[in-house]
Design a protein around this ligand. Structure first.
Ligand code: ADP
Ligand code: MG
Length: 345
């Protein structure tokens, strides 16, 4: 009898301890400091700039927004005195240290992609005017004339002075939004109080630090045939940059053919190679953006060595709704849309 009374006391004591533990856990969760979140939505570089920052102690959204606006002033073709406009219209510009660094990195990307990403695409983009007021299928003669004005190796530099031959039109449209994400990361990394952040500029995204709830970030990969909120799948990832280029962003259709805004610097035509989109993940914003454009031009097979030379991974979505994922992303990518299926390796 005595023994069973003692056992009962032990059971009661354990139950009380357990209940106290549970209560402590609940209270801890309720009162634990939650990472403060600051958010801002604005328009920059021709698309939406969405900023969500956890843990920052000052107005970092404002700083990021200002940095992206300042970058736009330097690299936009539509800003009269930007470096890129001066280079195109005046035939030359004298860069400051930052723009010279950017140009070096951009030209290295042009070279590494074998010219599939080519920032002298301007004459061809103007000719086709996809997404502009007067989209058209130009004559073969006009296309070869514009092709003759295309080629990143036509850009010359002596010290900080960059020049191009007459008629060559530089256009950083395929890298600018990724560069905006780089600019954001610079600010977030210097601050020190930020625990995590997501910054998206059009088709380019920066995932910074840690998601306060789940650790990893979830990045949606758009359904190329759906609306802005429809996904083909999701990537679960730590800190990285993700960019997507697709034939659904800007295009026009004529006689059943889709002409998209990504042009082949090799033949001067909008890319029409069976791909609907390419998403690239890597550790640089400019690189992820330029590579997504380049891989869209190159197709999967030719993209693979380029991607691996940058330590980058990619998701290729094809016109027949098959999806191919490089090895480094296989574990982190999940198809969430029943209309798509993974390709057999
Ligand atoms: P988005 O601007 O929609 O995010 P991209 O990053 O793929 O898409 O860039 C497409 C833009 O880049 C086009 O609008 C054009 O200005 C330019 N562009 C098109 N083809 C190329 C190319 N092969 N290399 C470099 N820039 C390109
Ligand atoms: Mg791009």
């Amino acid at each position: 009898m005595q023994k069973s009374a003692r056992n009962r006391r032990i059971v009661v004591a354990l139950a009380v301890l357990l209940a106290a533990g549970l209560l402590a856990a609940v209270l801890w969760d309720a009162f634990a400091p939650k990472a403060e979140k600051q958010s801002a939505t604005s328009f920059a570089m021709g698309s939406v700039l969405q900023i969500d920052i956890y843990g920052g102690e000052v107005d970092l959204c404002g700083e990021v927004r200002d940095a992206v606006a300042a970058l736009d002033q330097r690299i936009s073709r539509t800003v009269d005195n930007s470096y890129v406009s001066l280079l195109g219209k005046n035939g030359g510009c004298t860069a400051d240290g930052d723009f010279a660094d950017d140009m070096k990195a951009i030209l290295a990307l042009c070279e590494a992609t074998g010219g599939a990403f080519d920032i002298t695409i301007g004459a061809l983009s103007d000719l086709w005017d996809v997404g502009g007021e007067n989209p058209r299928v130009p004559s073969a003669g006009d296309i070869s004339a514009a092709l003759a004005l295309t080629g990143y190796e036509k850009i010359e530099s002596v010290g900080f002075r960059y020049t191009v031959p007459d008629g060559v039109i530089p256009d950083l449209g395929a890298a600018g939004k990724g560069m905006a994400c780089d600019a954001a990361k610079k600010i977030l990394a210097t601050d020190g109080s930020v625990t995590g952040a997501v910054v998206s500029s059009g088709g380019s995204i920066l995932c910074f630090g840690k998601n306060p709830e789940k650790g990893l970030w979830t990045v949606g990969v758009r359904d190329p045939d759906g609306g802005a909120n429809d996904l083909a799948g999701v990537i679960r990832t730590g800190e990285c940059f993700v960019s997507t280029s697709g034939n659904y962003e800007k295009y026009f259709e004529l006689d059943g053919v889709r002409y998209c805004h990504i042009l082949s610097p090799f033949d001067g035509y909008p890319v029409n190679n069976g791909l609907k989109s390419v998403t690239v993940r890597c550790d640089g914003g400019m690189a992820s953006d330029a590579l997504s454009t380049a891989c869209f031009v190159l197709g999967e097979e030719k993209s693979l060595p380029v991607l691996s030379s940058f330590g980058a991974d990619a998701i290729f979505i094809y016109g027949d709704n098959t999806v191919s994922v490089t090895d480094g992303l296989a574990e982190d990518f999940e198809l969430t849309n029943g209309n798509y299926r993974l390709r057999e390796k």
